[in-house]
Structures are given as C-alpha cells and as structure tokens.
Write a protein that binds this ligand. Structure first.
Ligand SMILES: C[S@@+](CC[C@H](N)C(=O)[O-])C[C@H]1O[C@@H](n2cnc3c(N)ncnc32)[C@H](O)[C@@H]1O
Length: 302
C-alpha cells in the first residue's frame, strides 16, 4: 500500500497534523516501563526485546524516545525492532530516528505474517514486548485470515509465559462503536488533506486529494483516498507524475472478536485498556488509540 515515497510523506503529514494520533504514547511508555522492570536480565549479553509490528515511519519509538528521556528511564540493554513491509516507510523511520535511541533501534523490512522466517526471530522465542499500534491489525493486507496469521506468528516468537503483545483497535474499525466513529468522521472532514498540500521533502511537488470512497461490506471497510502527485515547473505548469490511492480500510471487528482470535492462537488476555486522547482537540474522545488489548503468550496451551 505504501509503495511510494510520496505516500510515506503523506502518511506523516496526516499523523503529525493530529496531536491526538499520539494519544497512545503513555500506553506504550507504561507497558515498556512495567515489562522492562519485571524482566531481570541474565548477564551482559541478555537484552530486553521490544518489537513494533507494522511500525510505519517509526512514530511509536520516536514518541517513546522523547518520553524515556523526559522521565530519565534507561533504555540500555533494550533492543527496539521496528518491522514493516514498506521500504519507503522504513526509509522515513530511519531518517527520523530519535537520536537518544539511534544505537538501540533496528528497522527491518518484513511481513507480520512471516515472523518465524526472519533472522531476527530465529532460535528460542525471546520477544518480551510486541505492539501493533494505530489500529494496524486492521490493515494487515485487508483480506480475511491475515490477523489470524499474524497472531499465530506473534505467539510463536513471544517469550514463553512473560512475553506480551499489545494490540490497538481503533473505534473506526470496531463495529460496536458506531457513535464514537461518527464523531471521529466529523473531525476527519476537517482534515488538512481536503486541499492541495505542498511536499516538504520533494521540491516542486504537491499532493492533490480526490473524492474519497468509504463503504463497508460485511466485515471489510473500504476507505480509499485517491491522490495525485503533481510536479510544478518554474512557469507553474502542472503535470501529474503519479496517481496513488491512500487506503486506510481493512477488517472491522465485532465486540471482543480480537481477543477471541488471539486466544485461538494460544495467547491469553491479560488486560483491556480503554484509552482516548481527550485534550488535544476541542471535542473529547475522537481519535488516537482507543482500545488496546494486552495479551500474554499462554505457554500451557500454545
Ligand atoms: C497506517 S501505518 C501505521 C503505522 C504505525 N503502526 C503507527 O501507528 O504509527 C500501517 C503500516 O502497516 C504496514 N503493513 C501493512 N501490512 C503489513 C504486513 N503484513 N507486514 C508488515 N507491515 C505491514 C504498512 O506498510 C504501513 O507502514
């Protein structure tokens, strides 16, 4: 989906425009602090492993790095791994790498559905903390069965008994939260991409959004925003150099469906957190991370 550097920049414009997109920062900071404190390291070679699946342009680790510096929390002996299948998103993640964690973060290209084949996850399962943020479990390739495949892969690489997976489910992908989603949609109409947006990274480039198309069929949400990438020459003459579609649709969940799928993969539900950003925008409870499930690898049944 993010098959172009232009779409990666647009993704960042969008996320950076809404303070509320980072309403999940405390969830990940708290989870990291709690899990890190609870896992004594066995000697200097041992590392706490924190994996961000479908990490995009590295938003969560950037936010976490700021927070760790602010609260004086140590990050040594932690290996942060950001995984995404888009080379363009990873390139941006590397360009925007937070300095304080630049030696501890590794960005790798790969699929959430093929973790067991990756060299980072060979040998005994050692992942202490895994997250899939920003509702990305919905957009893992769209079709049915993708989430199930990912959960089975996650269960296979999490550290037995103590390893945890945090799954974000956004209101807009939760069929039991229509009212909250409607509020969010109202906010989205105010989004900065209803008009031409100048690129910061690419001189002379601007992005022109087309008419978006949003519909739900069964448990699949189709939400496509056509975008023309336009180059303007010195005389102001425009030419379209790329036609893209930014798709933010995917699978929509029934109430409690995600933990059920996770249980089928051998994960045990530890906690459900409801978590909304109510301060960054005048209307409360709109976007950001809304529901996150924390799951433990249940070794007994796995
Ligand atoms: C909307 S971005 C969200 C990024 C990030 N999770 C966040 O909250 O900032 C979704 C990301 O999922 C990635 N993605 C989608 N399917 C994937 C898969 N099967 N394996 C790895 N990455 C995937 C896309 O390339 C994209 O970067």
């Amino acid at each position: 989906m993010y098959h172009s550097a232009y779409l990666a920049e647009l993704h960042d414009f969008f996320y950076d425009s809404f303070d509320s997109s980072n309403g999940d920062a405390n969830t990940y900071l708290d989870a990291y602090k709690e899990m890190r404190a609870g896992r004594p390291l066995n000697g200097p070679e041992d590392e706490f492993i924190f994996v961000d699946i479908a990490c995009g342009t590295g938003r969560v680790f950037r936010e976490l790095a700021n927070n760790l510096v602010q609260c004086g929390e140590p990050s040594d002996s932690t290996q942060f791994i950001g995984l995404d299948y888009s080379a363009h998103m990873l390139k941006r993640a590397i360009e925007r790498m937070p300095e304080s964690l630049s030696h501890s973060i590794k960005y790798v290209q790969g699929s959430a559905m093929e973790l067991s084949a990756m060299k980072e996850f060979q040998g005994p399962p050692t992942v202490d903390l895994m997250i899939i943020s920003g509702g990305s479990i919905t957009t893992l390739g769209g079709g049915s069965g993708q989430a199930e495949k990912f959960l089975a892969q996650a269960a296979g690489v999490l550290r037995p008994e103590t390893g945890r997976l945090l799954i974000s489910v956004l209101y807009m992908y939760d069929d039991s939260r229509k009212a909250e989603t409607a509020k969010m949609m109202e906010q989205m109409t105010e989004n900065p991409f209803s008009q031409d947006t100048k690129s910061v990274l690419f001189p002379g480039i601007l992005y022109r959004p087309g008419q978006e198309n949003c519909r739900q069929e069964g448990n699949l949400l189709y939400w496509d925003i056509p975008v023309e990438v336009i180059k303007k020459d010195e005389k102001g003459v425009e030419s379209v150099i790329e036609k893209d579609v930014a798709s933010v649709g995917g699978r929509v969940w029934q109430d409690g469906e995600v933990p059920l799928l996770a249980a089928a993969a051998g994960l045990e539900l530890v906690e459900t957190r409801f978590n909304s950003n109510e301060t960054a925008i005048p209307e409360p409870i709109v976007t950001g991370l809304d529901v996150s499930y924390t799951l433990d690898r249940d070794y007994g049944e796995g």
